[in-house]
Design a protein around this ligand. Structure first.
Ligand SMILES: Cc1ncc(COP(=O)(O)O)c(C=O)c1O
Length: 385
């Protein structure tokens, strides 16, 4: 426990000093397999040499520039994202929550013409820790100490179109959801539900906001998770993998909606700086050059197959769910002891929603790395069952 840090994080394990690909090393030289690198951020593994190169090169030329001056890389990254997603305009920030806050502001502006401001969000969702995104989050454990939270958010049950319908009023301006709830326990939206939501939003002039902070940038084997559902959102939020370890976030807003934001209404000092934008461009390029989406598909199929085998074998496992390389193993018991045992065995995974182990490896993870992690997990289940 540090004397100098505000203790908001439950820190565990040793002191790490080095990372490479899917491995981390502590200060005593012990090697750990990291199947949850950077909480979903380090999608190309730790310290990918091309990311290191770009950071080195760009930091010699220009690191930061205020947003009232031009540099070439911000526009280039916006263009690349739009080309790969849908016709839209982009605003850059630094973290997931900043993208969520921007989405709330866009929604308020869009609804102003007919006094609509309520956003329907989902039970068990997670959208961040600043006040708007916290208020939007559908888990009271994050909010209760800070009540009253902001008004304007209405909770509906995930994957329940009937409940969503009931929550829509004259004040509703849109719906915001994660297509796969990450912190909420790896809950995957069904195609029927997503298509119905999309159709309803289109028919009733409601904004469909996809929070792809965790699911975006190839995690599900498509560059953006919504592409698995054959729909387009009106607004999409990206962060985590967009900088593969470097802080950056983006909000993509369909053109007609983007126009509601006028000069001076929103800003971010660091958002879209030269260094962050160059890294974002390189990440997109590497995903293509290194055929990362193909690897996600292959390794994702392998991972779920092996997790299902574990489920067959160990009665402690209630369910396994995954899309691409975003997997959840739901247990009949608390998951924290398994997470801690894994760490002792030098495997890093995550425990969320009390009883779910979450595995989100680097998107370029190799089969032998997954095998190593699966062997460790198997031995832990053997010990505990
Ligand atoms: C879906 C989703 N939205 C928003 C956030 C908030 O992102 P950040 O912690 O970068 O503010 C997270 C973080 O885990 C997330 O998973």
């Amino acid at each position: 426990m540090s004397k100098f840090l505000i203790p908001v994080y439950k820190k565990v394990g040793p002191v790490f000093v080095k990372g490479k690909g899917s491995f981390l090393w502590d200060k005593d030289g012990n090697r750990y397999l990291d199947l949850f690198p950077g909480w979903g951020v380090s999608i190309l593994g730790h310290c990918h040499p091309e990311i290191v190169r770009v950071i080195n090169e760009q930091s010699k030329d220009l690191i930061h520039l205020p947003n009232n001056l031009f540099h070439p890389w911000q526009d280039a990254l916006a263009e690349k994202l739009v080309e790969k997603a849908f016709k839209s305009k982009v605003f850059f920030g630094n973290s997931g929550t900043e993208a969520v806050e921007a989405a709330i502001k866009f929604s308020r502006l869009y609804g102003r013409k007919n006094n609509r401001y309520e956003i329907i969000t989902m039970k068990d969702s997670f959208h961040g820790r600043t006040f708007g995104s916290l208020s939007a989050t559908g888990q009271s454990k994050y909010k209760k100490a800070f009540k009253p939270v902001l008004p304007g958010f209405v909770e509906a049950f995930f994957n329940d179109f009937g409940d969503f319908r009931k929550k829509v009023t004259k004040k509703t301006v849109g719906v915001m959801l994660e297509l796969i709830q990450g912190e909420g326990g790896v809950n995957i939206a069904t195609p029927e539900y997503v298509v119905k939501l999309r159709q309803f939003c289109t028919k009733n002039d409601l904004l469909f906001i996809a929070d792809e902070v965790q699911t975006g940038m190839g995690r599900t084997s498509k560059l953006f998770c919504y592409q698995n559902y054959d729909i387009e959102p009106d607004i999409m939020l990206l962060s985590k993998g967009l900088g593969a370890g470097f802080p950056v976030s983006a909000i993509l807003v369909k053109n007609d909606i983007a126009d509601v934001m006028k000069p001076g209404m929103h800003a971010s000092t660091f958002g879209g700086n030269p260094l962050a934008s160059r890294v974002g461009l390189e990440v997109l390029d590497l995903i293509k050059r290194e055929r990362v989406l193909f690897n996600v598909k292959r390794m994702g199929n392998y991972l779920i197959k092996e997790l299902l085998r574990l489920k067959e074998k160990f009665s402690l496992i209630k369910d396994v769910r995954s899309m691409g390389l975003m997997a959840g193993v739901e247990l009949f018991s608390e998951a924290q002891p398994l997470f801690e045992e894994a760490l002792r065995e030098k495997l890093i995974i995550n425990c969320t929603h009390q009883n779910v182990l979450r595995i989100m490896p680097a998107l370029n993870v190799k089969k032998d790395e997954l095998d190593l992690g699966l062997d460790i997990l198997k031995s832990i289940f053997e010990k505990l069952c």
